[in-house]
Design a protein around this ligand. Structure first.
Ligand SMILES: C[S@@+](CC[C@H](N)C(=O)[O-])C[C@H]1O[C@@H](n2cnc3c(N)ncnc32)[C@H](O)[C@@H]1O
Length: 432
């Protein structure tokens, strides 16, 4: 397996020279040679480098998730306990040239995962008048260099066709992260591809006002900006250090010409709805949660115990954030609630309690829009991809509220070969 992160030379070339496919291919070939020679050392170090999981958390997960997921827990558990099997997604930045990166990704066997509206539509690029019929791998006008927005000119016209592009690899090949370079936009963002699903469910349209209530470090805010041109994206994060990270992420990926439309705020999300009632068309609540993947690798047993104590408090905070979001969204607008835990206490129980308190809130189905079309890439909870037979009455939204066992959303379950997730998402519309 080729692990590119070990190949500094290659990435130095990519970062500095940003061009010339030949240069990149030469560097790639150097990299492969280096990689082969390092494989022996790597396998001999395998034992010492393995992360160790926290017993207290694993015990708790075993107790809870074997009940909640039944037989599926064994395979989810095997993925969570094997970080070397984890896949990584590479989300491209539409605000700079990604042609070289795209070529490298394709050479490495990556393929596009998510193609959003407009991918095969004809787009007129305002600068050049050039009409490009965009293939999945290249959104820029292929023949007209003038219309290419490059990383050397990061402040160029941002009104490119919205297109959320994420590349994934069938094996756990990790693409290296890009260093921050002053005055240059980054070409891609590494993420768990399941993180894009809440953004797809939010389905932001050009000109909408959007609130990302819990925004740091900013991955989903970036994905929103890749997928549409909102009139306003307010990224809220109360934690100072995390807010600094968020600001840095936004600065590294978005041209300054977008600064007036993308703002950072520092409120406690629980009071946002009261302070700005009915202002937003769409609100994302990517809630603080017990992040199963990373919590499992807590640095000490004390940290693990501490997290278990925090875990008990999370559902109350999450419900307050979701209620606040429902106040902040306009009548007819949409709220997406998401977490990266498998825990039903932080997922459907939170959604259920808020739906019960908000008669004007209506649960929306994500099966047709997300789970069915994307089940080739992601493993969902069985309910999400269950198609009722003609004789089986399908559950109507009203009945979902009453059905205790319905997950009230969809859950991405890490599985061997589809290691994305955990990611829970639920979409709620505020009635007019
Ligand atoms: C799961 S992370 C968000 C990840 C982010 N959406 C992304 O995609 O990069 C949850 C965030 O919620 C923030 N948070 C915690 N308490 C909050 C509160 N009361 N109001 C708003 N955000 C809060 C945390 O500091 C954390 O940064």
């Amino acid at each position: 397996m080729l692990v590119l992160s070990r190949c500094d030379r290659f990435w130095r070339k990519l970062g500095c020279e940003t061009g010339g496919t030949q240069t990149i291919l030469r560097a790639l070939s150097d990299c492969q040679t280096d990689q082969l020679s390092s494989q022996k050392t790597e396998s001999s170090n395998k034992q010492t480098k393995a992360k160790s999981s926290c017993h207290a958390l694993l015990d708790r997960f075993d107790q809870q998730y074997s009940k909640e997921l039944g037989d599926l827990w064994a395979s989810v558990r095997s993925v969570l306990l094997e970080p070397r099997s984890w896949q990584y997604g590479v989300m491209l930045n539409r605000f700079c040239s990604v042609t070289d990166t795209t070529q490298i990704l394709q050479l490495q066997g990556f393929s596009t995962l998510l193609l959003q509206k407009g991918v095969t539509e004809k787009h007129t690029l305002p600068d050049s008048g050039c009409i490009s019929e965009c293939p999945p791998s290249d959104f820029c006008c292929p023949t007209d260099g003038a219309s290419l927005v490059t990383s050397q000119h990061p402040q160029s016209e941002p009104s490119l066709p919205p297109l959320l592009q994420c590349y994934v690899h069938p094996s756990p090949l990790r693409f290296p992260s890009q260093a921050h370079r002053h005055g240059q936009l980054k070409q891609y963002y590494l993420l768990n591809a399941a993180s894009l699903l809440p953004v797809l469910a939010l389905n932001v349209r050009d000109g909408e006002k959007v609130l990302d209530l819990c925004a740091a470090p900013g991955g989903k805010a970036l994905a929103i900006m890749q997928s549409a041109n909102p009139a306003l994206l307010c990224c809220n994060e109360p934690d100072r250090h995390r807010r600094d990270r968020l600001a840095k992420t936004l600065e590294s990926f978005l041209p300054t010409s977008l600064n007036s439309g993308v703002i950072v705020s520092a409120e406690d999300g629980r009071s946002f709805g009261q302070n700005e009632p009915g202002v937003y068309d769409k609100v994302l609540v990517d809630a603080p949660c017990s992040n199963d993947r990373s919590w499992l690798y807590s640095s000490s047993s004390q940290q693990g115990e501490q997290r278990l104590r925090e875990r008990a408090m999370l559902p109350t905070l999450q419900a307050e954030l979701l209620k606040s979001a429902l106040l902040a969204v306009r009548p007819g607008g949409v709220v997406v609630y998401s977490t990266c835990t498998l825990s039903s206490y932080e997922n459907c129980s939170v959604v259920r309690s808020v739906l019960n308190e908000f008669p004007e809130a209506e649960l929306e189905d994500l099966q047709e829009e997300i789970a069915f079309p994307l089940s080739q890439y992601f493993a969902f909870n069985p309910y999400a991809t269950h198609r009722p037979s003609p004789h089986e009455p399908s559950l109507q939204p009203q009945r979902w509220k009453e059905s205790y066992h319905h997950p009230l959303g969809i859950l991405v379950l890490p599985q061997p070969g589809k290691t994305w997730g955990p990611m829970y998402l639920s979409r709620i519309r505020r009635r007019k």
